[in-house]
Design a binder for this molecule. Structure first.
Ligand code: ADP
Ligand code: MG
Length: 692
């Protein structure tokens, strides 16, 4: 049989070019892709449940005859069909129905249906079941295996996906789907046969343990999870090797600029800042590119570390780029670096997506001519039209907002396409070890484990929003004493527009309630210039209170702000709350953060907010967050596409990681030709980090 990885979908009967095109949206291009498009869950349609044995909440196949069918008028018109099988009766309820359906489901018809049973107005009911009216006496067979439910997309139904996977399974054998793992390795880690694992997961037998499958604990799932993690690991290693093979400008340690920079600072660097700066300085002096991740909790002073690194490239006459994930943060970095570098005679350029027309042209010109040696901006810096003159160091702030892809794109911006820039990545999201081992396997790590002196930990209170009036009074008295405060409105149902409207409403309410205070508003839908003006006014102390959406989440630094109210904190992840809270506690006055939740809180909700009250330790919070939310969300991968596993789950399968790492080394040494087909199998185009 021919290799399924090389067999296009159009060999399947009924799949033409148009269907094949739709399927590429699911990443499906060949028969192997179909086999690795694994079910999300299963339904049991292998037996008919007697109606008398139904329990609420159960998904079941039923068969019975219709004893009555009525159109009820009620609040919403519905068709209610009574079904009886000798053991009991149940109602099928349809809110959308045609006349033809009504006629087919009339008294006396025999119906087979499938759906979720729930308690309704007429006893047990199934809303909109899948059904089929049986004709004649011919018995309809039940499913022979559990029914898989696949990730689908518009225009591609479950039935179509099942038909496709059946077609691929019909051609599956140990020959048509080569197992790239060497036999010795399979033996050592007790990995079962690949084709059997695949077949089992698409068509589990009727007696399969659904709970085990739902938990990903079946051997076939573990087998595939191992292979998938191995593919990611290999991809990261390949990336690292490629990186090592590149040339970078070797930058001698900066003497003059660093000295002058430090002399101008109002404070001395902490021990941790010095240590990390020294680690970076060493890397930068090498002629292979640095790829270093600096982890430091919110407020640890990563910007100073970035500046110290920048000096080394600047003193050697090269350019430095600093990229931040939001415009507000980029803007703030721009101002900070202007303040630091202009006295040293170094020009700083600014670039963001919203910069248009002449100003944009001027910035691009400053960057390509090399006139601006320091460039600060958003991801606009990745764009093809941005040409650097002599980029030697790229600094990426708050890395968790960017994917590996974007990080790699900067590499292309090096010097005359020949020298690759050094990369420094900074993040405040502490990365639990298991994640660091896989998501950041290609990076060296430094930890900034000391906060600058004089910080007072933030005192956190958890209050129900029935105490809102009290909290407003607190804001009033705090601000009248000369302090500044943030009032944060959280995301409403994933809708930015609604969230901004809500922030506007809160702003108006607070302005009314706090007539004697200057209140400002900042949210994502405002123009960049408006945002900058509001931020400036707040920084200068002209505003007492800043009503904001979570746009202020990262990087914003106003040391005099010492009070933060977060509305509906239960809507946010813990890491995000920690980031937000990190906006206060930056000065020497005691800071407070009020988590103003909307009761009632779920049990877990209460537990989560209690963690926030009890600790300011970002690492602890991140561990808890990972436990409660899973790694994808924590790293913000839904936006970036980083680390999307199909079957592996970094938390559940963390125990496999050490073995996966060993296996990766073994495979590279003994069977390097297996690497490329393994990557092609598991990682979609462009997800293969080494091939950008
Ligand atoms: P983050 O690590 O969250 O990016 P920042 O770089 O924004 O932190 O620094 C937070 C604040 O701490 C800034 O106001 C910065 O000027 C100040 N800071 C940084 N390093 C020191 C230090 N060694 N001593 C005192 N203050 C410092
Ligand atoms: Mg920062």
């Amino acid at each position: 049989m021919s290799d399924l990885a090389a067999t296009p979908l159009t060999v399947i009967k009924g799949i033409g070019a148009a269907q094949a095109e739709k399927l590429t949206r699911l990443g499906l291009e060949n028969l192997q892709d179909l086999l690795f498009h694994l079910p999300l869950r299963y339904q049991d349609r292998t037996r008919i449940t007697p109606i008398g044995a139904l329990r609420p909440g159960q998904d079941a196949v039923l068969e019975g005859s219709v004893t009555g069918a009525d159109v009820l008028m009620g609040r919403r018109r519905s068709l209610l069909v009574r079904l009886h099988d000798g053991t009991g009766s149940v109602s099928l309820r349809f809110y959308h129905f045609s006349n033809a359906q009504k006629t087919a489901l009339s008294r006396g018809a025999t119906v087979r249906c499938y759906g979720e049973v729930r308690p309704g107005a007429s006893g047990l009911e199934i809303y909109h079941p899948e059904y089929r009216v049986l004709e004649g006496d011919e018995p309809l067979p039940v499913a022979q295996t559990l029914t898989p439910i696949y990730p689908a997309t518009e225009g591609v139904s479950q039935a179509r996906l099942r038909q496709l996977s059946d077609a691929a399974l019909a051609r599956l054998s140990a020959d048509s789907l080569p197992d790239w793992l060497p036999a010795a390795l399979r033996h050592d880690y007790q990995l079962g046969p690949l084709d059997q694992a695949i077949r089992y997961l698409h068509q589990p037998p009727p007696d399969a343990n659904l709970e085990q499958l739902a938990n990903g604990e079946h051997w076939s799932q573990q087998r595939l999870a191992f292979e998938e993690m191995l593919a990611h690991q290999l991809s990261m290693q390949r990336l690292r090797e490629q990186q090592r093979a590149q040339q970078a400008p070797s930058l001698p340690p900066s003497i003059q600029l660093v000295e002058r920079y430090l002399a101008g600072l109002r404070f001395a660097p902490t021990g941790a800042q010095r240590r990390v700066a020294a680690e970076i300085a060493y890397d930068l002096a090498q002629d292979t590119p640095m790829l270093r991740l600096v982890q430091g909790d919110v407020g640890a002073g990563k910007t100073v570390v970035a500046a110290l690194a920048a000096m080394q490239a600047l003193e050697a006459g090269y350019q430095v780029a600093l990229m931040a994930p939001t415009e507000i943060l980029a803007e703030q970095h721009f101002l900070t670096f202007c303040q630091w570098l202009e006295p040293l005679g170094i020009e700083v350029a600014w670039l963001a997506g919203k910069l248009k027309g002449k100003a944009r042209q001027a910035a691009l010109e400053q960057i390509s001519s090399g006139q601006a040696r320091m460039v600060v901006g958003t991801h606009a810096l990745f764009q093809a039209e941005v040409q650097f003159h002599s980029l030697a160091l790229a600094i990426i702030d708050e890395q968790h907002r960017f994917g590996v892809q974007q990080r790699l794109a900067l590499r292309e911006k090096g010097i005359s396409g020949r020298l690759c820039p050094h990369q420094l990545i900074m993040t405040a999201t502490p990365i639990p070890r298991t994640l660091a081992m896989s998501a950041y396997a290609d990076l060296d790590t430094s930890v900034l484990d000391e906060l600058p002196p004089g910080r007072t930990p933030v005192n956190t209170l958890v209050l129900g929003d029935n105490r809102r009036a009290e909290v407003i009074e607190r804001v009033r008295s705090g601000c009248l004493e000369g302090r500044q405060a943030y009032w944060v409105c959280t995301l409403i149902e994933e809708s930015e527009e609604l969230t901004c409207q809500a922030a506007q409403g809160t702003y108006e309410d607070l302005q009314l309630a706090l007539g004697e205070l200057q209140v400002g508003l900042i949210h994502g839908r405002m123009k960049a210039a408006e945002k900058a003006a509001v931020m400036d006014a707040f920084k200068r102390g002209e505003l007492h209170l800043l009503v904001a959406t979570t746009v202020i989440e990262v990087g914003v630094d106003v040391p005099n702000a010492s009070l933060m109210i977060i509305e509906n904190p239960e809507r946010l992840g813990l890491a995000q709350l920690h980031q937000l809270r990190g906006r206060v506690g930056r000065g020497s006055t005691a800071s407070h953060c009020v988590l103003l939740y909307h009761p009632p809180l779920s049990h877990i909700g209460r537990e989560r907010l209690a963690i926030m009250r009890e600790t300011c330790d970002g690492f602890l919070i991140a561990e808890k967050d990972l436990e409660l939310r899973g790694p994808g969300e924590m790293l913000g991968t839904r936006q970036t596409g980083l680390l999307q596993f199909r079957i592996a789950d970094l938390q559940r399968d963390a125990h496999l990681l050490p073995a996966v790492r060993d296996a990766a080394l073994q495979l590279l040494a003994e069977q390097p030709q297996a690497v490329s087909p393994l990557l092609a199998r598991w990682l979609r185009h462009g997800q293969q980090y080494g091939q950008v």
